[in-house]
Design a protein around this ligand. Structure first.
Ligand code: PCA
Length: 324
């Protein structure tokens, strides 16, 4: 009898020893839809982390502004409302001016240049995020930003008085320079804003056009390749440091993989999205050469304003970008 009891006790304590501790769970907030390629990439990142840590770290993705609004995500993570987040880097420019370096018109004209710029921008971004209690994990660019319009654009006067959709300070300033009225519309509401007649044109990727099926109202798309903005994924330093060193290394490895995967996906989608716009009846055209010159001059004015207002940190990025 005594033996039986002993055996039963051993079995109980063994089963206790075999029960793994509950996983650490991170909530990751993003302002984009679950189907967006950025979010899909985050979901793969989350699966990779879960697999590498054997289920010890679970990252739950909360898409579509449900946990925090796109522009508030960095603050929400810093304040501990979520452990991790993704936002478009330019949403941080008020706090971290160099976050805007990737949205200066006509600086970057290709993915290669975008990558070069990111290498120069990354150390400063890491430092600024760290001082706000955030650890940068990775970035992925949106496809190049083009001009979508309901009417053909032949000259600067075609922008005058139009409702131009904006998504950050850069696009707002550009709308002002063009003499249009800026209308702030989150990416996920673009279809609705078009249907309600609240906007006539916008500068964003063809991919965002496709995701929002803009072809009911948008009839023209001009591939002006204005800039390549990036989304950035980060975690609270506190949550990151609470992991043991092997788990931290696994998160960083998964982040590096997510960055490479995302850059490749963005490039492939850029081509497909323009074709999809075309096959839905949107005319893909070139803007007249003279207008292109005028818009580029505006871009230069914008960069001058930007470098002047940001100062030495801007020079630290652009001097090597242009001269090395
Ligand atoms: N789509 C996002 C940001 C850049 C892009 O291509 C948007 O339009 O809000």
């Amino acid at each position: 009898m005594k033996k039986l009891w002993m055996a039963a006790l051993c079995a109980v304590s063994l089963s206790h020893a075999a029960t793994p501790p509950p996983p650490t769970t991170w909530k990751l907030a993003t302002g984009y839809r679950a189907e967006s390629f950025h979010t899909q990439n985050i979901m793969q990142f989350s699966r990779d982390v879960e697999q590498a840590t054997r289920g010890k770290l679970v990252i739950q993705v909360h898409p579509n502004n449900t946990l925090a609004k796109l522009n508030d995500i960095a603050q929400a993570v810093a304040a501990g409302k979520a452990e991790a987040g993704e936002t478009i880097m330019t949403s941080m420019v008020k706090d971290i001016p160099i976050a805007g370096a990737d949205s200066i018109p006509f600086v970057v004209g290709s993915y290669q240049d975008a990558e070069r710029l990111w290498k120069l921008q990354r150390p400063g971004m890491e430092r600024h995020l760290a001082s706000r209690g955030l650890k940068l994990l990775y970035t992925v660019p949106w496809p190049p930003q083009g001009l979508h319009s309901s009417k053909p654009i032949r000259g600067l006067s075609d922008f005058k008085g139009t409702q131009m959709r904006t998504y950050n300070q850069t696009t707002q300033r550009i709308a002002e320079m063009l003499g249009a009225h800026p209308v702030d519309v989150p990416m996920v509401d673009v279809g609705k804003a078009l249907a309600e007649g609240r906007m006539d044109n916008m500068i964003t990727s063809a991919l965002t056009g496709v995701e929002n099926k803009v072809w009911g109202a948008i009839k023209y798309y001009y591939e002006i390749n204005a800039w390549f903005p990036k989304n950035v994924v980060f975690v609270s330093s506190k949550a990151f440091e609470a992991l043991d060193p092997p788990a931290r290394a696994m998160v960083m490895k998964a982040a590096t993989d997510a960055e490479s995967r995302g850059w490749v996906a963005s490039q492939a989608l850029a081509v497909n999205a323009t074709e999809e716009m075309r096959s839905n009846g949107v005319r893909i055209e070139r803007i007249p050469a003279e207008l292109e010159q005028e818009i580029k001059r505006m871009g230069e004015r914008f960069s001058r304003e930007w470098v002047r207002s940001v100062g030495s940190e801007a020079n630290a990025i652009f001097v090597p970008y242009y001269f090395k």
